[in-house]
Design a protein around this ligand. Structure first.
Ligand SMILES: Cc1cc2nc3c(=O)[nH]c(=O)nc-3n(C[C@H](O)[C@H](O)[C@H](O)COP(=O)(O)OP(=O)(O)OC[C@H]3O[C@@H](n4cnc5c(N)ncnc54)[C@H](O)[C@@H]3O)c2cc1C
Length: 482
């Protein structure tokens, strides 16, 4: 009744009932699937999903291998106090709890015949291990610095002191420490999918999975495949349209009209929920909406970072040359014929076995790495990796991989990278990820909404954030129309 009175008095209150309204969901990634599932849970069926690709999942991208799946995208679950963790547990795909730092602390550092002193590796580890905790402390307790520092600006100061203490400001030991620093860089860059010189300490302060700091839940060899399959299975086929890429969303009239890239127009929508990544919006937001999005929204899209990280799966014909361990490669400038480090080679800081795929090694790259590597052919990439592996294992008979399985996230403008992060510029401009969640109104009425990992105020970057944001936007419509 209260709503009815408001409807009669005020034009800016959305008064349609749920039976009248029609909703378009752009994208069938985690956020789009979650939105549709939330609607169905609440018995609201007047929606349609438009997906540019011929598959659902978006940045959840499983590729079948043996009796499992390589996950090109999401693999871990952040936090156990959220409905996605509950769903994953029900589906039986949560396998373990793992420290975010694990792939570094559990790794064996390999440097081949280079005269590296193990004591220097230990010294570096003692220096590096507390840094993540230290940066969390500064981010949480020193508001001014949380805005003015990046992770790299913090590290540069700490590293300069460390080198002084070690009396290693130049020379060969300096080169060893520089190479070891790359492993720490890769930790931050993979964790936040960010170039560390752009990564604001606000990222640490603002991100919260409500769980123990520094741990995530691993999933088994089926993992996220089971989660997206489950969410997809609830949505009737008639409601999900693949190969439908939206070029324009025109909300200038009383009903919103979508234009596909082939020119087809589909109209009649009251609300449109856009789940495109920040990377996609950076490239297309200025032509994707009629009328143009509000300046504040465009500024948020410009300033919020879109980072890159990627996994590369290498299948070898023979693995007898290695033990079952995580390896941190340590190529050192001035050693094994390297005057300086190769700019591609320096991006590979971990080689990990996969327990259920014994002939496969996985390597992660992040920060500037994916952009560099995505421009290489498989053959070029294989040459760099084989040389690196041969050098660090001091074994010239290591074979080339027979297959390289990878996803070039930076080359696909539906994603434009892997996930969002808080940039220094964003922090300076006072922009929050939450700004992305503010709906766009026309004549006082909500018309365009945003969901997706890049719109979550607390747990951006992740599938949990994407999942929760989809429910948030579905609930926003259900609350207005109930
Ligand atoms: C290498 C990598 C590792 C990751 N690891 C983890 C991890 O371990 N844990 C974790 O929680 N998260 C991880 N993530 C992040 C996680 O995958 C994403 O946060 C999440 O999948 C984002 O879901 P989304 O629905 O917000 O966006 P998306 O998955 O990008 O979905 C958006 C969908 O919209 C479609 N679309 C976009 N624009 C249009 C358009 N104009 N018209 C029609 N369709 C459109 C896209 O094709 C896509 O399917 C990782 C990501 C990558 C790349």
């Amino acid at each position: 009744m209260k709503k009815l009175i408001l409807c009669l008095l005020l034009t800016f209150v959305d008064c349609a009932s749920e039976h009248d309204v029609k909703v378009a969901i752009i994208g069938s990634g985690m956020a789009g699937l979650s939105t549709a599932n939330r609607f169905l849970e609440q018995n609201f069926e007047n929606f349609e999903v438009f997906e540019a690709l011929d598959r659902y999942g978006g940045r959840v991208y499983p590729v079948a291998y043996g009796d499992g799946y390589f996950q090109h995208g999401a693999q871990f679950i952040n936090g156990d106090k959220n409905p996605l963790f509950e769903l994953a547990s029900e589906l039986g795909v949560v396998s373990d709890v793992y420290p975010d730092y694990g792939h570094l602390s559990d790794a064996i550092v390999k440097y081949g015949n280079c005269p590296v002193d193990e004591a220097d590796i230990d010294a570096f580890r003692k220096f590096a291990d507390p840094l993540d905790g230290k940066y969390h402390d500064v981010a949480y307790n020193d508001e001014k610095r949380s805005y003015s520092e990046t992770v790299k600006s913090m590290f540069d100061k700490d590293y300069a002191e460390f080198l002084k203490e070690q009396d290693a400001e130049s020379g060969f030991r300096r080169s060893v420490f520089d190479s070891l620093s790359l492993t720490l860089r890769s930790y931050f860059e993979f964790e936040y999918a960010a170039r560390w010189e752009e990564l604001s300490l606000r990222a640490i302060e603002e991100w919260d999975d409500l769980g123990e700091v520094g741990v995530s839940y691993t999933t088994d060899k089926i993992g996220y495949t089971a989660i997206i399959d489950h969410l997809r299975s609830k949505i009737p086929d008639s409601k999900i349209h693949f190969n439908h890429r939206i070029a324009n969303i025109d909300y200038s009239g009383p009903k919103t009209v979508l234009t596909l890239t082939n020119g087809t127009k589909i109209g009649g929508f009251d609300y449109v929920i856009v789940t495109s990544s920040i990377g996609h919006l950076k490239k297309f937001a200025r032509k994707m909406f009629t009328p143009q999005l509000p300046q504040r929204k465009l500024k948020a899209i410009d300033k919020i970072g879109m980072g890159t990280s990627a996994k590369i799966f290498l299948e070898f014909p023979d693995m007898s040359w290695r033990k079952d361990e995580i390896v941190t490669p340590l190529p050192v400038a001035g050693c094994l014929g390297r005057k300086v480090l190769d700019p591609i080679e320096e991006e590979f800081n971990t080689f990990q076995p996969i327990s259920w795929a014994p002939n496969v090694l996985m390597t992660w790259i992040a920060g500037h790495g994916p952009r560099k590597v995505d421009n290489l052919s498989d053959e070029e990439l294989s040459n760099v990796i084989v040389k690196l592996l041969r050098d660090i294992h001091a074994n010239d008979s290591i074979p080339a991989p027979t297959k390289i399985i990878r996803m070039k996230w930076t080359h696909n403008d539906l994603f434009g990278g892997s996930y969002s992060f808080v940039t220094y510029e964003q922090a300076q401009a006072g922009i929050k990820h939450a700004d992305m969640s503010i709906p766009v109104r026309k004549d006082g009425k909500i018309r365009v909404q945003f969901a997706g990992e890049g719109t979550h105020h607390r747990i951006f970057q992740t599938c949990v954030g994407a999942f929760l944001s989809g429910r948030r936007e579905a609930d926003r419509i259900l609350d207005m129309t109930h």
